[in-house]
Each structure stands twice: as structure tokens, then as C-alpha cells.
Ligand binder design. Sequence first.
Ligand code: KIV
Length: 353
Amino acid sequence: MDKEIKKSAMPEKKKDQKQNTSGTELKKPLRKKSTVSRTKKPAAKAKVSKTPKSDDSAKALDNGTSNVSKTKEKPSGPVSSGIENKPIHQEKKKHSVTSEIEPTTKFIYNLKGKRSIVGLTAYDAIMSKLVSKAGVDFILVGDSVGTTLLGYETTVQVTIDDMVHHTSAVKRGMPECLVVADLPFGEASFSFDRLLESSRRLMQSGADAVKIEGGKDVADDIEKLVATGIPVMGHIGLLPQTVKAIGGYRKFGTDRVEADSIYTDAICLEEAGCFAIIAEMIDGKLATELTKQILPPLIGIGSGDHCDGQILVTHDLLGLTPSPLPSFVKPCASLGLDGLNALQRYVHRIRSM
Ligand code: KIV
């Protein structure tokens, strides 16, 4: 497959391809081979309840205040945490939220148009068990492990050995959903053989599919990978592995040229056989339009509320990170601050013995 799209070699636009309704005039690359028709409308999204501002929570980790959960008076004597000390594997199933989840790429693909897809990251067995019990549709063992857990400045330093290590740990948590593992920086750039070997290692350590950052430039290799039986999730828009080259994090697709290029990326990944595509920090209108136009589900992160689903870094969602949160994250807990308070109480308790 040529890297450039050979428009002359492509069939006419599919009759059932949805018309652009948002007013975002995209230069549409025509599909080369897709014959699947889309019959389902993207699902309406549920309203999100009001949550505290992410910036405030991030600041709270620095200055010890939070609007997420207020610090309680420091007790003088031994304290009860109020937490039931029950291992999570002994927790009774309150509702069978996971019973409809199937750990297959087909399940994720077929959710498009039915309901919103939920993905969260996990890097270890405990978090894997927790997010699976919460009912996510898939877990991403993201290379965000580098910045979230390993103390790296960016994801660039993360190696395939790191990813294999964390993927195995996530698998040991026995999640009941699909596990997707990130191919780290550089793995898709050396050679196809290297990409295949790295993907094989991730699959053999427990991944059900791999995720690769990039669009048209990596589509040929993704197509070959899919042909060998390795399911691939795409990732377009902001590609954190290129952050050194692009000079920081920003919104993508706000101008016409970039929007057209992202649209081409999405179509190339669809044609390469991706079962789903992550859209990171894409302009909201563009993401809405792409969601209607492409066949695989578009899973957004910082790309507005109208994608086929959403993914977030779990540690961000739980307020368990010392770094400022991205503006699109509305944390639903403040575990970093709560954990710090608990540890301080413990230190106080022992010192006062
Ligand atoms: O590594 C990661 O966690 C990701 C998500 C931000 C999509 O790629």
C-alpha cells in the first residue's frame, strides 16, 4: 500500500457515507476498499454530573487544600480510617456491570452507535481489577505509565520491557474486559520486523490488542500487523510520543489543513483494519464529524463529548498524580491528597506513642 492515497485507484464515495452536517468542510479522502455500510447512529451521550475543577485539584496536591474532599480535623489519638479492610477480590458483586462486557475487539467495534464506550488505563494488577469491576469496556496499558508512575518527564523514555512488565501485571489482575497495550516510542519506526516482534511480546504478556500512535505514516505497517492476527487500536491527533518534536501539548485540527490531514489519518487507519481509534486533543467539531464519518469507534480524550466513547488516565481521574491535570479531566476523587492525609495521620499516631 502506498503511503500516499491514490485517489484515482479508489471507488466512488459510498452512497451511505454520511453527509457532513457540522459545517466543518473537510477534504475527504475516498476509501479504497471499505464495503461495510454504517447503519447505526452514534449514541446520545449521558449528561455528566457537575464535578470540581481539575486545576483546583491539581493545586490542592501542592498546597494541601482541595475542593474534592475536604481535609478532616487531625485526630489526636489512634484513628479509624472508616475504610472496610476487605480485599477487593472478596467484594460482593453489587451489580453485574461486567456481565455484558466481552473481552474482544469485535465487541468494542460493535458498540459503535449503541452506547458510549468507556476505556481507562491501568498499569498494575490492583488497578486492573478495580477498573474492570467498575465496568469499563477496555483497559489501556498506556505508555502514560512513564509519566504517571515511573517519574519520567514524557512517555519517550518508556521501553518495550517496561510495557511488557506492566501488561503482565495488568493481566494478573484478571480483568474481564479487553486489554490493549501501547507500543512505546520508536517501536513503529524501525522496521516491520521489530514492530512485529514487540507486538508479539505484548500479546504474549497478556495484551489482547496493541495501540500504535500515528496515522497515514504507520497505516501500512498496521495493515500488515492486522494481517498477522494482531488487532490494532489507532491513535490520532495529539501523539504524546512526538511531544519533543511538536514542542508541547496542544489542540489539533483547529485549522483546515490540519483537520484534513487528521481526517486522512482516520480513514487510513480504518482501511488498515483498526478496530477502534483514539482521538487525543482533537478539535471538538472535527471529532464529532469524524465520529460520524468513520466505521470504527472513535474514542476521545480531550476531544469533546460527541465521540463514540471516552478514555482517560485513571490516575488523573482519581486525582492520584502530583502533576497538574490536563484541563479536560474532571477528577472524581482526590486520592493523592486523601492518601497524603492518611499517611500524615499514621506518622502522627506513631510519633505520639
Ligand atoms: O498512554 C496513554 O495513557 C494513552 C492515553 C492518553 C490515550 O495513550
